[in-house]
Design a protein around this ligand. Structure first.
Ligand SMILES: Cc1ncc(COP(=O)(O)O)c(C=O)c1O
Ligand SMILES: [Zn+2]
Length: 392
């Protein structure tokens, strides 16, 4: 472990998300072996952390460093991620008679997606724990982000990606100096190859929720939503769900802010909506009690949604249930139309995963699950530029 604590982090330990068994934060950890479930980071709320102190913090996700697990600030690997704009879909909102549709635009992060948050966090912890080689199975964006942060940290990166992913996702990994392996199949097949590399080469596996820290990076979206909206949360948040890290992270952040006294204990938390691709909707099916052979889930133009097995499925299900949320699926055709509609009407070129939220919202309004006068926030998880070859 590099040096001693110089950051005022409130981090305490890691716990199994199923049975609360404690794991040490000072050692390299993957997932909770007691229950074969994700590990989560726990904090100590005894020390003061007043939200007024945010005023003097950097304009990145690291402004919440007191509620993040890095102990020594020298280990922070940052490329300026976070504090993304919250925009309004002004024209589409009016056209459809909706009172408030906001978009947190994660496309402006380094490497063009919200994956920058999780990987800035995970690679900072990898640096702190003296890890020298990381491997990641990815649907695309996480691989580019890990390549960039590993380059900045001087850590070797191996990225395992489906061969059908658009070229620009592959090229960025190579430009950042990562080793890129292509696999015929979806991310679950890439995960098998990544585990082999972990075992054979001793690389640290940064697979979604199989290491504890990407979740902490993604949770900063929840802190930012509260801070940027002046501590008044929306009624509904829509999230394009693959592995579900952001959805789980945002919900974790809301509860941490209640424990910190930043949000009132009786605050009305948003209903959290899982949006998935019609081609690949395991979480929606699970929540509806539909059992389907995973071989039937196929690729999507929203490649981040082509995740046939979510390791954090139980945690996602708990967020939807606790928040009174719901689920919706969107076809690839609707995603492409959504990208075009939002680009032409608002000047925002969303990733298909983000555009799925707009189309999903319209369906939920038609079905009466969201009303026209509710405050809605969509997490546009990435920019559309890397997907252009499939969009025009
Ligand atoms: C643009 C985009 N949106 C959404 C997702 C799904 O993210 P999560 O694994 O947090 O559900 C991904 C994952 O690759 C992605 O790249
Ligand atoms: Zn356990």
């Amino acid at each position: 472990m590099n040096a001693t604590a110089v950051l005022d982090s409130h981090v305490s330990h890691l716990t199994c998300s199923e049975c609360n068994t404690r794991y040490s934060i000072l050692e390299v950890q993957g997932y909770a072996l007691c229950c074969n479930k994700p590990l989560v980071v726990a904090y100590d709320y005894n020390n003061e952390f007043d939200k007024a102190s945010l005023l003097s913090q950097p304009n990145t996700m690291w402004r919440y460093a007191s509620m993040l697990p890095v102990l020594n600030s020298d280990n922070i690997v940052s490329l300026g991620e976070g504090m993304t704009e919250i925009l309004s879909l002004k024209n589409l909102r009016k056209e459809h008679g909706l009172s408030s549709v906001l978009v947190k635009d994660e496309g402006s992060n380094p490497t063009g997606s919200f994956k920058a948050r999780g990987l800035s966090m995970a690679i900072s912890k990898a640096k702190e724990l003296d890890i020298d080689h990381c491997v990641i199975p990815t649907a695309g964006n996480a691989g580019g982000a890990m390549s960039a942060y590993c380059a900045a940290a001087g850590i070797k990166a191996t990225v395992v990606m489906p061969s059908h992913t658009p070229l620009s996702f592959k090229q960025e990994c190579e430009l950042y100096g990562a080793e890129l392996l292509l696999v015929d199949g979806l991310i679950n097949k890439c995960a098998v190859v990544a585990s082999e590399i972990e075992m054979k080469k001793g690389a640290f596996n940064v697979s979604t929720l199989k290491e504890p820290y990407r979740l902490e990076g993604k949770k900063t979206m929840g802190y930012e939503i509260a801070e940027q909206l002046n501590w008044k949360l929306p009624d509904v948040i829509l999230y394009p769900t693959g592995g579900g890290t952001g959805l789980i992270g945002i919900w974790k952040a809301f509860h941490e802010m209640i424990s910190l006294g930043w949000l009132k204990p009786d605050v009305k938390l948003p209903r959290m909506v899982v949006v998935q691709a019609a081609n690949c909707s395991p979480v929606v099916d699970f929540l509806k009690g539909v059992e389907k052979d995973i071989a039937l889930y196929t690729e999507s133009i929203g490649n981040g949604l082509a995740v046939p097995v979510a390791f954090g499925q139980d945690m996602i299900a708990r967020v939807v249930a606790e928040s009174g949320g719901t689920t919706v699926t969107v076809t690839d055709e609707a995603m492409i139309n959504g990208v075009k509609e939002v680009a032409e009407s608002e000047g925002i070129l969303m990733a298909p995963e983000g555009a799925a939220l707009w189309k999903g919202l319209l369906r939920l309004i038609d079905q009466g699950e969201v009303s026209r006068d509710e405050k809605v926030l969509m997490i546009n998880t990435g920019g559309g530029y890397k997907y252009l070859e499939h969009l025009v």
